[in-house]
Design a protein around this ligand. Structure first.
Ligand code: KG4
Ligand code: ZN
Length: 353
């Protein structure tokens, strides 16, 4: 089964062709255009700008993904159309959550293609797709074939922070999530306070490694709380107060980055491991942009080792941590719930139904 998968929930326009070979999920192409440079200038995403860029990119990205899946470097719709007609079994699309304008571009394009080419359509929850990016096979990552259910999923992105318990591909329970800012959102907002460019997550990780002193501490929000909820807006306020009474220079900024990253990671690690214990899971899957953070994964592994627990931790390959079409295709191959194009609509408020 070969899937054309489309992702357009925020500022990335992505299309992929994904298939199964020897029971492994193989990415035949994954093409992503991003409007990040535009959002860097405005210090964050302006939804209307993001939607306008989606309109610009969606057809070229789909055309390229279809052509590349056949080893074809052409940007020609004629050859792409033939591949879609002859090789593709179904179309998958992210239908939420996300920005309504951005989502509409992907969903309406997918509906049109489904109707015109008479292909089944599969609507996919963006957040769940982030976790299932872990099931994508590649030469550089041999371990993913050993992912077993049940698992605890930690979704950490620019818009979401959620903990879930997965019994199977389609059966899961939401355990908790952020009460205010998402982890990535907090890093991005704090980055702005420190004068870093958007999105700040990767730079905060780099600068944290350069910190000459690691004594500065910010509170890990809701860390001692019994629930699986998170809260990161207080951390942003704490950093704001700190920056108002401190002269910022490179040394101080690096120390703040270390302390902020530590505060965020500490609470993520603590609650994820608590969830694994409560639900007797030996597998943890990370997903979303913040799961590209190597320190998060290292700290989880360090804690598992120091507590003598046998838990395996997975995070997607870096290119599949941030928004991409391949993750949408990967989830579809594991849970192909087809619908008529008439019944698929963008849902910006979609959560875990
Ligand atoms: O999943 P994603 O691409 O978009 C959403 O669905 O939100 O995540 C983007 C987020 C941004 O907040 C960005 O700062 C964060 O992921 N991010 C990171 C790293 N790489 C991206 N945060 C911490 N460390 C990183 N290495
Ligand atoms: Zn995302």
């Amino acid at each position: 089964m070969k899937i054309l998968a489309i992702e357009s929930s925020c500022d990335e326009t992505s299309a992929a062709v994904v298939g199964k070979k020897n029971n492994k999920i193989i990415v035949l192409s994954n093409v992503t255009a991003t409007s990040l440079a535009i959002h860097s200038k405005t210090g964050g995403i302006i939804p209307e700008n993001a939607a306008r860029e989606q309109v610009k990119y969606i057809i070229p990205v789909i055309t390229q993904a279809l052509n590349e899946s056949n080893g074809n470097t052409s940007q020609d719709w004629k050859s792409a159309r033939e591949i879609l007609q002859n090789d593709i079994d179904a179309i998958a699309v992210t239908y939420g959550p996300g920005l309504i304008g951005s989502l509409l571009v992907g969903v309406e394009t997918a509906r049109t293609l489904s109707f015109m080419f008479d292909k089944p359509l599969i609507p996919v929850n963006h957040l769940i797709a982030h976790l299932f990016a872990n099931f994508i096979d590649s030469k550089s990552r041999q371990t993913k074939s050993t992912i077993t259910f049940p698992f605890i999923g930690l979704i950490v992105s620019g818009g979401h922070t959620d903990l879930l318990y997965f019994e199977s591909e389609s059966k899961f329970k939401w355990l908790g999530g952020t009460r205010d800012d998402a982890a990535g959102e907090a890093l991005d907002k704090i980055g702005r306070l420190l004068g870093l460019s958007y999105p700040a997550g990767p730079e905060i990780e780099k600068r944290a490694k350069l910190a000459s002193s690691t004594l500065l501490r910010f509170k890990s929000p809701l860390s001692g709380n019994e629930t699986f909820d998170f809260s990161f807006s207080g951390l942003k306020t704490e950093v704001l107060r700190f920056t108002q009474k401190t002269t910022l220079n490179e040394t101080v900024i690096n120390e703040v980055c270390f302390a902020v990253q530590k505060a965020v990671i500490d609470v993520l690690v603590k609650k994820t491991l608590k969830a694994a214990e409560k639900y007797s899971c030996n597998t943890i899957l990370l997903g979303g942009g913040v799961s590209a953070n190597q320190t998060l994964k290292k700290e989880l592994n360090r804690r598992v080792k120091s507590e003598n627990r046998s838990i395996q931790i997975f995070s997607p390959e870096k290119m599949y941590c941030t928004d991409n079409g391949a993750m949408v295709g990967a989830y579809t191959l594991l849970n192909p719930k087809q619908k008529s194009w008439k019944d698929v609509n963008a849902n910006p408020e979609l959560y875990f139904l």
